[in-house]
Design a protein around this ligand. Structure first.
Ligand code: SF4
Ligand code: MG
Length: 335
């Protein structure tokens, strides 16, 4: 497979009154063309910051990519000029956010909003752009596209609005679509429909997808690979099967245990006790050590390296060192 995106040792910090918040600390990630990757973690784990770094959408005054490379088709986006990024955004990489209302302009018809990118990036005539807008609305499953292309965002339901946002994001056939919690604001049945639509579109268009979510449940249907983030670092990456059936990191075990089970007798969810690390003063060792039931002395003192479990599976945990005691995942983590 051909590589599309590669993050190498990316560090992102925010300047706050309290000091430097080290939100992303040494992230390494890879994505092939047409592949779908889910980045999973609780809020504050660094997943949104990582994706905003790729889009270079971090606030310029208060944040900084301190170190590392973000290679998109070999080109380092960390070093790209604002002008180059403007060309890439929307045309090569597009992003959709949780709340469709914030990304839509309430004063403009949805048709005009889809046409904007086409006119800007692809030099289409008005007529061509309008035709493409109607086709895109059809593609994302909006009935009556010839009529609805003239309507305003408030005339659409929440789910239909998110479909419009997806149509805008796909308008210029981007190579990469980053979706940050795209279904969190929607109710459960609509969520499933939007995820089905995204999977469908990915098959049809070949666009690579990065899905950012706190919910492992939505991952299985859409992603091929998963990266689990904690405390600004990636603690485990693998194929969906590896993460669900052979998880190695105690934090991933905790996430799996906190997932609602289809056939479980008790409906009680097991939350992971404790709170995430303070990234103003990040721990020098494993970020999960303070909450990990298996923590050893070495964990507090030294950051574990990412151990290879298979060619596609890595986990950053001292338990994978050959000198560590053998520990099996708890029963609640078994899917
Ligand atoms: Fe737990 Fe240590 Fe593994 Fe961190 S490195 S997850 S503290 S066992
Ligand atoms: Mg977020």
């Amino acid at each position: 497979m051909e590589k599309l995106l590669e993050l190498k040792n990316v560090h992102v910090s925010f300047n706050t009154y309290g000091g430097e918040v080290k939100a992303v600390r040494g992230v390494n990630l890879q994505l092939d063309k047409g592949e779908s990757l889910a980045i999973v973690g609780e809020s504050g784990s660094g997943k949104s910051v990582t994706s905003k770094a790729v889009m270079r959408l971090l606030p310029a005054k208060t944040s900084k990519i301190k170190e590392g490379q973000i290679l998109f088709e070999g080109k380092d986006l960390v070093k790209a000029s604002n002008r180059e990024m403007e060309k890439i955004r929307g045309a090569e990489i597009s992003m959709i956010f949780q709340d469709p209302m914030t990304s839509l302009n309430p004063t403009m018809t949805v048709g005009k909003q889809i046409m904007e990118g086409l006119r800007k990036h692809q030099n289409m005539s008005k007529g061509e752009a309008k035709e493409r807008a109607i086709n895109l609305l059809k593609l994302v499953g909006i009935p009556n596209p010839e009529v609805r292309v003239q309507e305003y965002p408030h005339q659409f339901s929440g789910g239909m609005r998110q479909r419009v946002v997806i149509a805008i994001a796909l308008a210029c056939n981007p190579k990469l679509l980053i979706a940050d919690e795209p279904t969190t604001a929607l109710d459960v049945t609509i969520q499933a429909q939007i995820l089905d639509l995204m999977r469908d579109l990915q098959e049809k268009t070949g666009t690579a997808i990065i899905l950012i979510t706190h919910d492992l449940g939505v991952v299985a249907n859409l992603a091929q690979r998963v990266a689990v983030m904690y405390g600004g670092t990636i603690v485990e990456t693998g194929t969906v099967d590896e993460i669900f059936y052979k998880p190695k990191h105690p934090y991933t075990w905790g996430l799996l245990a906190s997932m609602p089970k289809l056939h479980a007798e008790s409906k009680e969810l097991l939350a992971i006790p404790g709170t995430p690390p303070d990234l103003l003063n990040p721990p020098k060792g494993c970020p999960f050590a303070a909450r990990c039931p298996y923590a050893m002395e070495v964990c507090v003192e030294h950051m574990p390296e990412a151990y290879d479990v298979s060619t596609s599976h890595k986990a950053a945990c001292w338990l994978l060192d050959e000198r560590a005691p053998k520990v099996e995942p708890p029963e609640e983590a078994l899917v």
